[in-house]
Design a protein around this ligand. Structure first.
Ligand code: PEP
Ligand code: MG
Length: 551
């Protein structure tokens, strides 16, 4: 692992390309940090109890606000969960036991919370009834909130990373990476993480270099050490010597020059060698992405992942809040086609206010359109905001995780009703995301309900190969450019009766597979903004129809 001159070189899997250098910022898992009980002196007991009372009051306030908002946005049954949490948190017996733990065992408020909640959780989990066991899970949830509040975390810890740092972490949730975008982090190094994960694709979207699967990373990189990150090769140089620094600077200059050259043609259309104009659009999640996409030559937005409007906050936005956020995000793409995806949460993209809907197998549970059908208010809020937005933008609607034609019928019905209530016509076109083998094989049945189809090859791969896209341990099964995927695309194309077809999964950003995709009838590609110029160049070099071999 170490080079002959004892500079430490670590290797991992490059999951978002680029070069960066900076000082290492270690992001520890908060729960682990608080593992050991912290002893206090007798004189500090009242202070710790006060600390606990303040945090309890703060969390109570948050839970009440959350309940009110969820009741308005989703339904009162779900809101009741937060009311219950609030009541459990303020249970006099629990409060008494917490106080006794602090004063009797002379431990900090954080340690007392950990010990007491664990006892209560176990008590509930050992009970017979399903309802009591559910309370055990509730206790864990409340304990996490309270532990974070005691550690002073009401905002997310990643919000505080100094700009320009290289983030070093065990793993990263999709809800966490948005803080990095806001903080202009230089690069991300992870102990665990896979190419198809949402964290990886967010990183690619914002051009944030990222290397994952670096063994024992947290043990090897001390906080504050200087690191050179080559996320093209998957290599990290720790405390570099001058010679490493020189070679690295040469690579940076070469990369800048080659991307400047590709960008010269980026604003030009992408026409294949046999004369077919292909649209190259961008996948975005926030305004910075859209600005970058336009500067990089995107002809529109092919996938606006609206999840970010919902992540990193404690309550879902209302119609006006969502409209404002969408308008802000899309404004740089005004006049261009914009494909807005309905909220695709659940499974690997949980939200703080839906965490209570625990499922044993969330990837096969209530995610995407399934969740929206179950909570019509959530669907209604989004469609209302999108309809209002369609007065100003050239909008199309993408429906995520469609499996049955009925999923599309529900959206169409709701859209039509809202369109007439709001007096907005024409209605924006609707398209299905084809992300499961079932959807790919039932395109003929879906065709009457939609105006276009977009292949989400990330999920299509996950479900075709039964390989969790977030799980690095099954990465060898996550074969998103295999013949299996192209076969599904081909079948869907044959059954699509001429509907426009696009790909917005990561496969669209692989130059080596552009020809195959064109030959499956794909005429629109939507990719991470930093890939636009490369994909346009690959299209100019490809043909839609296989070249005739002379006899
Ligand atoms: C996909 O699944 O390919 C897709 C584009 O959606 P997401 O990656 O956001 O699940
Ligand atoms: Mg998907």
């Amino acid at each position: 692992m170490d080079d002959p001159n004892s500079t430490c070189i670590l290797r991992g899997r490059a999951i978002s390309p680029g070069l960066a250098e900076g000082s290492a910022y270690i992001h520890h898992d908060m729960v682990r940090l608080l593992d050991a009980a912290v002893a206090i002196e007798k004189k500090d007991v009242e202070q710790e109890v006060g600390h606990l009372e303040n945090s309890t009051a703060m969390i109570t306030e948050d839970l009440l606000a959350l309940a009110a908002r969820v009741e308005h946005e989703m339904d009162s049954q779900l809101a009741a969960v937060f009311d219950t949490h609030q009541m459990m948190l303020n249970d006099p017996a629990l409060k008494k036991e917490l106080r006794a733990e602090i004063s009797g065992n002379l431990v900090s408020a954080g340690s007392a919370v950990k010990a007491v909640f664990l006892r209560w959780e176990k008590r509930f989990l050992l009970m017979e009834s399903q309802m009591a066991r559910q309370k055990g899970d509730d206790m864990r949830d409340i304990s996490k909130r309270l532990t974070n509040a005691l550690a002073g975390i009401r905002i997310h810890p990643l919000e505080q990373i100094p700009a320009g740092s290289v983030l070093v972490a065990r793993r990263l949730l999709p809800s966490e990476i948005i803080f990095l975008a806001q903080n202009s982090t230089a690069a991300v190094l992870l102990e665990y993480g896979s190419t198809g994960s949402h964290a990886a694709l967010f990183a690619r979207e914002i051009g944030l270099p990222c290397i994952a699967n670096i063994r024992q990373l947290l043990k090897k990189i001390p906080a504050g050490s200087w690191v050179l990150v080559d996320a093209n090769l998957g290599e990290v140089i720790l405390d570099p010597q001058d010679k490493h620094q020189t070679v690295f600077q040469e690579k940076v200059v070469a990369m800048r020059e080659s991307s400047a050259a590709a960008r010269l043609l980026a604003q030009e259309p992408a026409v294949t060698r046999d004369g077919v104009a292909i649209a190259v659009l961008a996948n975005v999640g926030c305004r910075d992405d859209t600005e970058r996409a336009m500067a990089d030559g995107a002809e529109g937005i092919g996938l606006y992942r609206t999840e970010r409007a919902y992540m990193g906050r404690m309550t879902p936005p209302d119609v006006d809040g969502l409209l404002e956020e969408m308008r802000w995000t899309l404004e740089p793409a005004k006049e261009k086609p914009v494909y807005v995806r309905l909220l695709d949460i659940g499974a690997d993209k949980p939200l703080p206010y839906t965490g209570f809907m625990a499922e044993t197998n969330p990837g096969l549970g209530r995610r995407g359109i399934r969740l929206l059908c179950e909570y019509p208010q959530l669907l209604k809020t989004q469609l209302s905001a999108i309809l209002k937005l369609s007065r100003e933008f050239d909008i199309r609607i993408l429906v995520p995780m469609v499996v049955l034609p009925e999923d599309l019928a529900t959206v169409t019905e709701c859209l039509t009703r809202l369109g007439s209530e709001l007096g907005i016509l024409p209605l924006p076109p609707i398209g299905a995301m084809i992300e499961t083998p079932a959807a790919a094989l039932s395109v003929a049945a879906m065709a009457p309900y939609v105006d276009f189809l977009s292949f989400g090859t990330n999920d299509l791969t996950q479900y075709a190969f039964a390989a969790d896209r977030e799980n690095a341990a099954v990465e060898q099964y996550f074969l998103d450019s295999s013949a299996v995927i192209f076969r599904l695309l081909k079948i869907a194309h044959n059954d699509a009766s001429g509907l426009p077809l696009s790909v917005c999964g990561e496969l669209a950003g692989r130059p080596a597979h552009i020809t195959q995709l064109l030959q499956c009838g794909i005429r629109t590609f939507s990719v991470a903004p930093p890939l636009i110029s490369t994909i346009k160049a690959a299209i100019r070099d490809a043909r839609c129809n296989a070249e005739k071999v002379p006899d």
